[in-house]
Design a protein around this ligand. Structure first.
Ligand code: SF4
Length: 457
């Protein structure tokens, strides 16, 4: 059983969507560019919702500007508001970049944002004015992940410059991973001697040290010069199995426009997927995998051998954004856990194929893939599948509570626990941490279910 489609549903409404709003993903990308300020073209409510979600996960102050729609703006259009907002941001933040993402309302009334920005630029002629990158993000058409990738595509599309001869650096498009993942990917590239430009890089802007004084724009992020030089990189590495099936992404744009070779891989979760990433880095850098990482790989295999009896044949419900679900499903297959339900609010149309690729025997295993799913549908499937645990973000908490099953928190948002930004999912090291959490969760569940607890395991 694979690929349950929303067309078969006896209702049309979404009930507690398994996705977040599209401009949220775009705002996250702009937070990962040095000196950038995200500007939401729409109402305060949208900006507040996005700030609230980002703050509760990253636990950092997060400024997102807004063009502050009112009833009149909705009727007469938002051009004047946008121009006032751009002026205010320039005055108050002195940014290196302003990233404009549209909301459902501005998209619905049909605001011509590129024209407003063009008019604004003309009015600033002769003044020192930062670049303004625009991305259309109607939330009713997509998910936060689509906003994320659309913003990256807009950034390189509007700022990248070619160069000859090409530079030594690598463009690394990691997807919407945690700051801990970004740091780890940076460390791996450095160990290969590869200067890597992470696009985006919010490792410091959204997970920095304590401030003694409030900073309007936090330190860190991909420098603007690095964004521009993405067109002259040695290669691009783009992570995400679902993303790799998309026709046009930031990395494919750079390949098509500037002939930057593009390597497209799944998220490196588990040994198999991480091996592929290390092989790609070895090929790009011309160096073998460093000993340090080979030892981490060895320790991971050792822990699989130690822990297989606790995880083998366990059943899991996996949910969240599509690339993470696909990556986790591959990892679970590797450790002997059956992901009986793989669910996402995304509707790329590629998730079922990604899961089927990893599980040619999915029918025999009874694996169900839900795309464009809400939490009511996921819970119904989970109730039927009788899983041992759930793995996904905090939005699945109430479902897990009603099902009486443990929830292992991964991805975004993790807002009912501390440390969401410090969760490591990727590489041999991240897989090790995930493996230990899964095995320990199953051991703890076994102890709780036992009338006598345990004496010796
Ligand atoms: S109205 Fe649209 S853009 Fe605004 S918060 Fe809701 S989904 Fe996001």
């Amino acid at each position: 059983m694979i690929g349950s489609s929303p067309e078969n549903r006896p209702f049309t409404a979404t009930r507690n969507a398994c996705k977040l709003c599209t401009p949220l993903g775009a705002a996250l990308v702009f937070k990962g560019i040095r000196g950038a300020v995200p500007l939401l073209h729409g109402s305060q409510g949208c900006a507040t919702y996005i700030r609230r979600y980002l703050i509760s996960h990253y636990r950092e102050p997060i400024d997102i500007a807004c063009s502050n729609f009112s009833e009149q703006t909705a009727i007469f259009g938002g051009g004047a508001n946008l121009k006032i907002a751009l002026d205010n941001i320039r005055r108050q933040y002195d940014p290196e970049l302003i990233g404009v993402a549209t909301t459902c309302l501005s998209e619905t009334i049909g605001d011509d944002v590129p024209m407003f920005i063009r008019e604004y630029r003309e009015s600033c002629e002769g003044q020192d004015s930062p670049p303004v990158v625009h991305v259309a993000t109607p939330s009713y058409q997509g998910t936060h992940m689509q906003g994320f990738h659309a913003a990256l595509r807009a950034l390189v599309g509007q700022l990248a410059e070619g160069g000859s001869p090409p530079g030594r650096h690598l463009n690394l498009f990691p997807g919407m991973v945690s700051p801990a993942d970004l740091r780890h990917l940076g460390e791996i590239c450095a160990d290969f001697g590869l200067p890597a430009v992470l696009l985006p890089d919010y490792a410091d802007t959204l997970d920095g040290p304590l401030w003694t004084e409030y900073q309007r724009i936090p330190e860190g992020g991909t420098p603007m010069a690095a964004v521009r030089s993405s067109g002259s990189a040695r290669a691009s590495l783009e992570l995400g199995a679902v993303l790799a099936r998309e026709k046009e992404t930031a990395a494919t744009f750079l390949q098509r426009t500037f002939q930057v070779p593009c390597h497209r891989l799944g998220l490196p979760v588990g040994i198999d997927a991480t091996d592929r990433m290390f092989a790609a880095l070895a090929e790009i850098s011309g160096r073998p995998t460093p000993q340090k990482h080979l030892r981490e790989r060895g320790r991971l295999i050792d822990s699989y051998a130690d822990g297989h009896k606790y995880v083998m044949d366990a059943r899991a419900v996996v949910f969240g954004e599509e690339d993470l679900v696909a990556g986790l499903a591959g990892f679970l297959a590797e450790i002997g856990v059956v992901p009986v339900v793989c669910a996402s609010g995304g509707r790329s149309g590629h998730l079922a194929a990604c899961i089927a690729e990893r599980f040619p025997d999915h029918s025999q295993k009874g694996i169900q893939v839900l795309s464009d799913a809400d939490f009511v549908a996921i819970e119904a499937a989970a109730r039927e599948a009788q899983p041992d645990f759930l793995i996904g973000n905090s939005k699945g908490y109430s479902m897990a509570r009603r099902l009486g099953k443990p929830l292992i928190r991964v991805g975004f948002p993790v807002h009912d626990r501390l440390g969401g930004a410090r969760l490591l999912h990727l590489g041999y090291r991240g897989s090790q941490q995930l493996f230990d959490r899964i095995a320990n969760t199953l051991m703890a569940a076994g102890q709780s279910a036992s009338p006598v607890g345990y004496t010796y395991i």
